[in-house]
Design a protein around this ligand. Sequence first.
Ligand code: 5GP
Length: 188
Amino acid sequence: MRGRFVIVVGPSGAGKGTLVRYVLEAVPAISYAQSFVTRGMRPGEVNGEMYHFVSQEEFDKKIQQGDFLEWAEFGGNYYGTALSSVMPELEKGNIILKEVEVQGARQILEKIPRKSLFIIFIHAGSWGALEKRIRGRAPISEEEVAKRKGRYDDEMSFIQKADVIIENNDGSIEVAKKKIQEAVESLL
Ligand code: 5GP
C-alpha cells in the first residue's frame, strides 16, 4: 500500500467537521472517504458528498456482506466506511482523509498497517470548555450531556496514538486551519 489514510479524530464538538471541510478545499490533491450513515440529512448536507444516507436495512446488508472497513453506532445512528472507498485508493498511492469517531478509529488501526495511517487529533481543551460549547449549540438533555462526557473521555484516550495534535480552543480556528493544512501537505 503506497498511499496514506489520514484519519481525523477527537471529541465531538471539537470542530473536526469544520477543519476537515477546510482542508479538503485547501488541499485538492486529497480526497474524502465518504461514510454510509443511517441518520437523517441535516440542512445543507448533500447526499453523496461526505455521507451516503441509507436505511437501517441497507446498512445491515452492508455489514453482512463485509463491505465495511469499520462501522460504529454513535448517538443512536450507524456510521461506516466502505472498504471500496479506502483500499483501492491506498493501492493507487493516493492520500485519503476521513473523520471518524473513536470506535471506528480503533478498528482502522487494527486493519490498516500503521505506516499507511496518519492520525490527526483535534483537541478542544477541557471537558468544561467543550461542555459549554455543546450546551450553547443546541438544546440538550442532562442524560445526553452525561453520555457525551463518557464519550469525551473515550475519545481523549486516543490522543496517545496521534501523529499530530491540533489545538482548537475558542478563537484559534484560523491557527488550527493552518496547522491541519501543513500536516496534510507534509504527506504529499
Ligand atoms: P455527525 O452525525 O455529527 O455528522 O457525526 C457524528 C460522529 O460520527 C462524528 O464524531 C464523526 O466523526 C463520526 N463519523 C462520521 N462518519 C463516520 C464513519 O464512517 N465511521 C465512524 N466510525 N464514524 C464516523
